[in-house]
Design a protein around this ligand. Structure first.
Ligand code: HEM
Length: 314
């Protein structure tokens, strides 16, 4: 069993990074960071790696249903040439902004804003955009806590309405610091906002190519038949967290009984395995010690390089 656990942890770290840097998660005693600290619902939800992992693909696909976001990512991102780095940096952003020291969290937000300040363009249909447009930042921001919250309540434990409202309110701090003027801070606002955004969403040729990439069928990366099947199952399962209209638009809609018998079962099993192997994220352990003023203890297996320190986030 220990070997299986070690193997799962290794796979998680290879794909997503370790996220245990003391310079980011340890620091001044009592520093709760940006999302409220140990008593916040953000620490419980974002500390559940299983929920964050299951939500990831769905959040990404929802983000790029906005054609301006899709164009920015399609034309100006290194996702094709360096997908692992992108995945680690995006996960690192979520974890640092929740569990990092106030200074480290603010720094990463500023660095990513700098990256975004250089991203702009004109879509195929002639619409110009800038990544730092507050409305675009608001949409991308919203997709992340929205998907994670849905994964948590489906595969971890039910959440009360006030817990969900608190989570969105805590996470909104990150969205605003990232450049949004307004982001939904309650379930009612989220539902209303998604309905307002829905007419702007599209599944165009760029989205099709991007989806093919996520599924390992674009030819950019060599994939085995098993890897393609696994990616397909994961994408269907993650999109099963999102509304039916988005699933229909992206070709990931299945009937309720197919969902129940296959994708939801698969995600449930995956969540249980991930939670069993990694019940507490190292960054949350370090952050808890920081807040409580306890010394951070070095990890046993420091023989591997810390793969979460990547490019602009390091
Ligand atoms: C709150 C909203 C957003 C968050 C949290 C976010 C997150 C990130 C992060 C963490 C990175 C750095 C990743 C890396 O270094 O690999 C990044 C880069 C990038 N983002 Fe965003 N992003 C947001 C909004 C947007 C929007 C609205 C667009 C497009 C219109 C966009 C397009 C890009 C592109 C093209 C890159 C460069 C990636 C690369 O070099 O591969 N982002 N974003």
């Amino acid at each position: 069993m220990q070997a299986l656990k070690a193997n799962i942890i290794e796979q998680i770290e290879t794909a997503g990074g370790r996220h245990d840097e003391p310079q980011i998660y340890s620091g001044i005693p009592g520093d709760n960071g940006l999302c409220g600290g140990p008593d916040s619902i953000s620490w419980e939800i974002n500390g559940d790696f299983a929920s964050v992992a299951v939500a990831g693909l769905g959040a990404i696909l929802m983000e790029v249903l906005h054609p301006s976001v899709m164009d920015g990512v399609f034309t100006q991102s290194a996702y094709r040439t360096n997908p692992l780095s992108r995945a680690r940096n995006t996960l690192g952003y979520v974890l640092r902004t929740t569990f990092g020291t106030t200074e480290a969290a603010t720094q990463v937000i500023e660095r990513v804003k700098l990256v975004h300040s250089r991203i702009n363009g004109t879509r195929g249909d002639g619409v110009s955009y800038r990544a730092l447009e507050p409305d675009l930042i608001a949409w991308v921001h919203t997709c992340i806590p929205w998907a994670i919250m849905r994964a948590f309540e489906r595969y971890n434990r039910p959440l009360s309405l006030s817990e969900k409202n608190n989570y969105l309110r805590e996470q909104a701090v990150i969205g605003r610091l990232g450049g949004a003027e307004w982001v939904p801070e309650s379930v009612a606002e989220l539902d209303d906002y998604v309905e307002r955004m829905r007419p702007m969403m599209a599944f165009n040729d760029q989205t099709r190519q991007f989806t093919d990439f996520l599924l390992g069928t674009s030819g950019d990366v060599e994939t085995s038949r098993y890897q393609r099947f696994d990616s397909w199952m994961s994408l269907q399962g993650s999109m099963a967290l999102m509304p039916d209209w988005a699933r229909k638009m992206t070709g990931t809609y299945h009937s309720e009984w197919v969902d129940r018998l296959s994708f939801k079962q698969n995600e449930k099993l995956k969540s249980k395995l991930l939670r069993w192997a990694l019940p507490t994220l190292p960054c949350k352990t370090l952050a808890l010690k920081r807040v409580n003023g306890e010394p951070a203890t070095a990890r046993q297996n420091n023989d591997r390089t810390n793969k979460s320190s990547e490019a602009i986030l390091s």
